[in-house]
Write a protein that binds this ligand. Structure first.
Ligand code: FAD
Length: 294
């Protein structure tokens, strides 16, 4: 089933997982993490794609496992980076043979220090989506990425949203957002996107807060704004792992509760394959969530 068909009827719960770097961790991911996450009845589970890394071949296999072992729709990520038309065809054919019907079309992160050509046939996510739409004649439901605090390379949030409109026109039927920690930022972004003609569902992406170094890394990578009150709490307890975990769990729980109360289109959780943290999180929000996702 296409995820857009689910979104036409209800608000979605989804988790992002990533193929482990080490082959031996793949079994644990499939056997424990996916099963545990599936117990929260997500509508879809997305699987990241590392164009030049060793996770490449695993994305389709993990999407297949989700399809065969859970009620969630797999959403396989696919990037322009290092992709030729032939490679995209072969990934799409493989996904299709597994019954995977949904693809998150992305440009991909540009790797540093690589001699492999980065862009050959597709420069932007919208080029990839247009190609798959035409070649596979609407067989795949497609989604894209969006950035509440703008993509780091975009000149402004307005131009980034103009490109988001091109993405929508290229066939992306909904958007999963980049992580953010300040809901006000997301609500302002949503208003601007709707005014610019984005009618597709926009699902907020939530990164569970689990450690000080993780927050620091996210600020470096995405340039996201972190509420001062959270930074202050982390500063106060930075050497106390248990305190940081408790603060992070409550912060993330409240962030999701607030988004649900503000009637967003769904909740997409970057699970980071941390099923234990996700269990605590889902328990914290269970009452409101049971009504929101029904
Ligand atoms: P694009 O839409 O191509 O945008 C890239 C830049 O170009 C932006 O600045 C945009 O404003 C601009 N732009 C867009 N369209 C046009 C156009 N037509 N003409 C001119 N400029 C344009 N990376 C991975 O490698 N693997 C993953 O699995 C992965 N999963 C992700 C999941 C989510 C939900 C998100 C938010 C990101 C993910 N990423 C992943 C990271 C993503 O690939 C990077 O952020 C990348 O730099 C941009 O990807 P994009 O699809 O948004 O690119």
């Amino acid at each position: 089933m296409k995820i857009s068909e689910i979104l036409a009827k209800k608000k979605t719960l989804s988790f992002e997982i990533f193929p482990p770097k080490r082959e031996e961790d793949t079994f644990t991911l499939i056997d424990k993490t996916i099963k545990k996450l599936a117990s929260y009845k997500p509508d879809y589970m997305s699987v990241t794609y590392g164009a030049l890394g060793n996770t490449l071949s695993n994305t389709a296999m993990i999407a297949k496992t989700i399809k065969e072992n859970t009620d969630a729709q797999p959403l396989a990520h696919l990037t322009c980076v290092a992709s030729t038309r032939e490679k995209v065809d072969s990934v799409c054919d493989e996904l299709s043979s597994y019954g995977v019907e949904n693809i998150l079309t992305l440009r991909g992160d540009i790797p540093k220090d690589t001699t492999t050509p980065i862009f050959s046939d597709f420069k932007h996510a919208s080029d990839l989506a247009s190609y798959i739409k035409a070649k596979y004649n609407g067989k795949f439901g497609m989604a894209g990425a969006c950035y509440p605090e703008k993509h780091p390379e975009a000149d402004s949030i307005s131009t980034d949203i103009e490109f988001m409109k091109i993405k929508q026109d290229s066939g992306m039927e909904f958007f999963d957002s980049q992580l953010f920690f300040d809901n006000e930022v997301f609500y302002h972004f949503l208003l601007k996107a709707r005014k610019a003609g984005i009618t597709a569902p926009i699902i907020p992406g939530i990164m569970p807060v689990t450690s000080y170094s993780q927050i620091d890394r996210m600020i470096q990578v995405t340039g996201c704004k972190v509420p001062l009150k959270l930074l202050n709490q982390f500063d106060r307890y930075k050497d106390d792992k248990a305190a940081i975990e408790e603060i992070g769990l409550i912060f993330t729980s409240y962030q999701i509760l607030d988004l649900m109360a503000n009637d967003v289109d769904g909740i997409h959780i970057y699970s980071m394959n941390k099923s234990e943290f996700i269990s605590k999180l889902m328990d914290n929000i269970s009452y409101v969530a049971s009504d929101f996702f029904k």
